[in-house]
Ligand binder design. Structure first.
Ligand SMILES: [Zn+2]
Length: 345
């Protein structure tokens, strides 16, 4: 097939090529020290001399430079950095070097190659809510209907996508661009990871600022703009509503982003461990009686305390299941792709 005017499917390229293959291509693999899942060595990008500053996780297929570059990424990012070319050009080099199947690594220009139906459905739902589900929506309280979160009049731009913390959390560049997430170095969210929160109509109503790493005592993990009411929103609902299949309800932004990245796109985050009446109404609005919902909160005291009640409330209008993890402290963001597909098998 002709590859002119085709979009590169970055995910397919990343899945087809390993960091080891890339390092080997450049003749860099032999100089790397292997220890378990990790390779370490001098950073070939900034041409460092310290052999511990550049690291590769073989299983995650990502790299990180903890020195001058202060960044990391996937195989495509690595080629892009090393060659100083765009991610598109980098992906094309990988396709050429490793003779990747053009049928698999190019798409016809669809933004969501795995789900060609997703975009039109989203449009239809945005312009015209389904009357039968609208009728099933319970009345919202006066305070809530009076004061929705207003759309923001600005956007945080120049966010750094390939921040090491985001790589460490397992998010790919594609996911970060998709969710508009990145490290912010100025303004209200300076020094934090900015995560846009969209209303159900898809307008940005706030940015959540995640502290990079564990915050010191007294510093909140998340910063939200004053006046913003998170109880009125469900993170990712604007897009999840257009997807089919079971809905997964999780606590955090990262849980939702990782599940989305692993292919389960019908996922929303409560942004905490409680379900507000407005959030319940939102889920109800986009749920039919035969739909399934999986409540998957963190395996900790707060998650265990909340999930029974949340499931009971949702069970009034859908089939609801609770997912309990085998080990204390486990969270949806730690699931593997296989574990995610096993959830509904
Ligand atoms: Zn470097």
């Amino acid at each position: 097939m002709s590859t002119k005017n085709k979009l590169v499917d970055f995910r397919a390229v990343r899945e087809a090529v390993s960091m080891e293959q890339i390092l080997s291509h450049y003749g860099l693999l032999e100089a790397m020290k292997r220890s378990g899942d990790n390779l370490s060595g001098c950073c070939p990008i900034h041409k460092g001399t310290n052999p511990t500053q550049f690291r590769v996780s073989v299983s995650k297929n990502v790299w990180n430079c903890f020195s001058e570059c202060k960044r990391g990424g996937n195989v495509v990012d690595f080629i892009a950095r090393l060659e100083d070319v765009s991610p598109y050009a980098a992906a094309q080099k990988a396709i050429e070097w490793f003779h990747l199947d053009p049928e698999k690594v190019y798409t016809a220009g669809d933004r969501a190659p795995n789900k060609p139906g997703a975009m039109p459905v989203a449009k239809e739902l945005m312009s015209k809510p389904k009357p039968e589900t609208a009728a099933a929506t319970p009345p919202v309280t006066k305070a809530e209907s009076d004061a929705p979160n207003p759309p923001l009049k600005f956007r945080l731009d120049k966010l750094q996508r390939d921040h090491p913390y985001l790589v460490e959390r397992g998010l790919t560049l594609e996911t970060l661009v998709d969710f508009g997430v990145g490290y912010c170095d100025k303004g209200m969210m300076a020094g934090r990871i900015a995560i846009p929160i969209h209303s159900v109509e898809g307008q940005v109503v706030a940015y959540a600022g995640r502290h990079v790493g564990d915050p010191p005592e007294g510093t909140p993990k998340y910063k939200l703009p004053p006046g913003f009411r998170k109880s009125l929103e469900l993170f990712n609902l604007d897009r999840a509503k257009a997807e089919s299949g079971p809905l997964i309800v999780v606590e955090g932004f990262f849980d939702a982003m990782i599940l989305h990245q692993l292919g389960h796109r019908k996922v929303v985050a409560l942004m905490g461990s409680s379900l507000s009446p407005a959030q319940e109404a939102l889920i109800r609005h986009f749920t039919a009686h035969s739909d399934q919902i999986l409540v998957m909160l963190d395996e900790d005291d707060a998650g265990r305390a909340a999930r029974g009640e949340i499931a009971a409330r949702l069970a009034r209008f859908a089939f609801v299941r609770i997912h309990a993890f085998a080990e204390e402290g486990q969270q949806p963001e730690h699931l593997t792709a296989d574990e995610v597909s096993a959830l509904f098998s």
